[in-house]
Design a protein around this ligand. Structure first.
Ligand code: SDX
Length: 396
C-alpha cells in the first residue's frame, strides 16, 4: 500500500520515479493535477492558478493568487541582450529551434551554480520561466515574420499578453479577442502537465545530473518537438489538410493507418497511457465546436473539424483501433483551435512548450527537493556480440 492507492509490484518495478504532482489512470481516462480532476480545473480555474497549484501543491487563496499573478507579470521581460540570440537564427528557422536555443541561453543570464539547493531560488527560477516563456515564444514568431519584437504589457493578463506580443503592431491599437483568450487559457491548462511523458522524463534525467534548470528545460523542449509527442498537433493539421485537399476519402486514410506496410499513422490518435479517451481530447473537442459555432457557419476551419470528426467516427467503429485502444488524444482537435486564433502551424508545439513549462519545472523542483535524489542511470538489455578478441586489420 503506498497511500492513496495500491501499486502492484510490477508497476513499481517499472515506474521511473515517484511523484505527487499528476495522477493518470489510462484505463479510466482520469487526469488529476494534485488531486483535482482536469475537468473541474478546465471549467473553473485560470492558467496561473493551475501553475500555482502544480508548483506549490495547493490551490492559492485570494492573496496568494494576487501576489503570484503580480510576480509573474513583473518577470515577463527578457534581458535586452537576449534579443541578439534571435538574429543568429535564419528567418525560416522553426520556432522550436529558437525556443531550444533561447531557453538554454537563459542559463547565462539567470543562473548561478549554488542556486539549485536553495528552495527560494528554485521558486524564483520557476517564476522566471513561467513568466518569460510567452515573451520568448512570441518573439520567435515575430522574428520569423520580420516584425518588431513587442514588449509585454503589465496591464494584460497572461494569455492576453501573449496574444498581444504575437499579433499587435506598433502602428495601431490591438485588443485580444476574448473568445481566443478564453480558448488559449483552456489549452494552457490542459497541456500544463502530464506525469512522466517523454519531455518531462527528459527534464528529470537531464536535471538529475545537477545541470541547471534552464538547460534541463531546453532538453525537454527538444524532446517535445518530435511528431510522436508535442509535434503531433502540427502533424494532425497537415494530415487533415491532406485529406481535405486529396481526392481520397477519409476511409482511405483509415485503411492506410491500419496497413502494416504503410508508415502512415493517424496523428492525434493513440496514447502510451490512455487506453480510453484522453480526457483532454473530450474537453478540447467541445471547446473547438463551441468556438467554431461562435465564428459562424462559413468559418474557414469547419471543414477541418468535420473531417476530424468523420475520421474519429470511422476509426472508432473499426476493430483495428478499438482492439488497440486507440482514441483521439490531446493533439487531435487542439490545432484547429490554434488555427482559428490565427496561430501558424509552426507555433503549435511552441505553445505546447509554453504550457508544459510549469509541469517541467514543477517536476524538476520536486526531484531536486528530494534529499535522496540521485542521478538517473537507465540500464539496458545487452543484445550485442559475445566477448571476442581483436582482429588485426590485415586479417579482417
Ligand atoms: C502526446 O506521454 C504523454 O503523456 C504524451 C502527451 C503529453 O501530454 O505529454 O499526452 C502528449 O505526446 C500525445 C501523443 C501525440 N502523438 C500522436 O498523436 C502521434 C500518433 N500516435 C502514435 O504515434 C502512438 O499512438 C503513440 C506514440 C502516441 C503511442 O505509441 P505506443 O503506445 O508506443 O503505441 P504503439 O506504437 O506500441 O502502437 C500499438 C499498436 C501498434 O500496432 P501493432 O504493432 O499492435 O499492430 O497501435 C498501432 C501501432 O501500429 N498504433 C497506431 C497509432 N498509434 C498506435 N496505428 C495507427 N495510428 C496511430 N496513431
Amino acid at each position: 500500500e503506498l497511500g492513496y492507492f495500491t501499486y502492484d509490484p510490477g508497476f513499481v518495478a517499472t515506474a521511473s520515479c515517484h511523484s505527487a504532482i499528476t495522477y493518470l489512470d489510462g484505463d479510466k481516462g482520469v487526469l488529476e493535477y494534485r488531486g483535482y480532476p482536469i475537468e473541474q480545473l478546465a471549467e473553473k480555474s485560470s492558467f496561473l492558478e493551475v501553475c500555482y497549484l502544480l508548483f506549490h501543491g495547493e490551490l492559492p487563496n485570494e492573496k496568494e493568487l494576487t501576489d503570484f499573478d503580480q510576480i509573474i507579470t513583473t518577470h515577463t521581460m527578457l534581458n535586452e541582450q537576449m534579443k541578439r540570440f534571435y538574429s543568429g537564427f535564419r528567418r525560416d528557422a522553426h520556432p522550436m529551434a529558437t525556443m531550444v536555443g533561447v531557453v538554454g541561453a537563459l542559463s547565462a543570464f539567470y543562473h548561478h551554480d549554488e542556486d539549485i539547493h536553495d528552495p527560494k531560488h528554485r521558486m524564483i527560477t520557476a517564476h522566471r520561466l513561467i513568466a518569460k516563456m510567452p515573451t520568448i515564444a512570441a518573439w520567435s514568431y515575430r522574428y520569423a515574420n520580420g516584425q518588431p519584437m513587442v514588449y509585454p504589457k503589465n496591464s494584460l493578463d497572461y494569455s492576453s499578453n501573449f496574444l498581444y506580443m504575437m499579433f499587435s503592431m506598433p502602428t495601431e491599437e490591438y485588443t485580444p479577442d476574448p473568445l481566443f483568450v478564453k480558448a488559449l487559457e483552456l489549452l494552457l491548462i490542459l497541456h500544463a502537465d502530464h506525469e512522466q511523458n517523454a519531455s518531462t522524463s527528459t527534464v528529470r534525467l537531464a536535471g538529475s545530473s545537477g545541470a541547471n534548470p534552464f538547460a534541463a528545460l531546453s532538453a525537454g523542449i527538444a524532446s517535445l518537438w518530435g511528431p510522436a509527442h508535442g509535434g503531433a498537433n502540427e502533424a494532425v493539421i497537415r494530415m487533415l489538410q491532406d485529406i481535405v485537399d486529396s481526392d481520397n476519402d477519409v476511409a482511405h486514410y483509415v485503411a492506410r493507418a491500419k496497413d502494416k506496410d504503410d508508415r502512415f499513422r493517424l496523428m492525434g490518435f493513440g496514447h502510451r497511457v490512455y487506453k480510453n479517451f484522453d480526457p483532454r481530447a473530450v474537453i478540447i473537442r467541445k471547446t473547438c465546436l463551441e468556438l467554431l459555432e461562435q465564428l459562424g457557419p462559413d468559418n474557414q476551419y469547419q471543414e477541418l473539424f468535420d473531417t476530424a470528426k468523420e475520421l474519429e467516427e470511422i476509426a472508432l467503429a473499426d476493430e483495428y483501433f478499438v482492439k488497440r485502444n486507440l482514441y483521439p488524444n490531446v493533439d487531435f482537435y487542439s490545432g484547429i483551435i490554434l488555427l482559428a486564433m490565427g496561430i501558424p502551424l509552426n507555433m503549435f508545439t511552441v505553445i505546447f512548450a509554453m504550457a508544459r513549462t510549469v509541469g517541467w519545472i514543477s517536476h524538476w523542483n520536486e526531484m531536486i527537493a528530494d534529499d535522496d535524489f540521485r542521478i538517473g542511470r537507465p540500464r539496458q538489455l545487452y543484445l550485442g556480440s559475445e566477448p571476442r578478441d581483436y582482429v588485426e586489420i590485415e586479417n579482417r
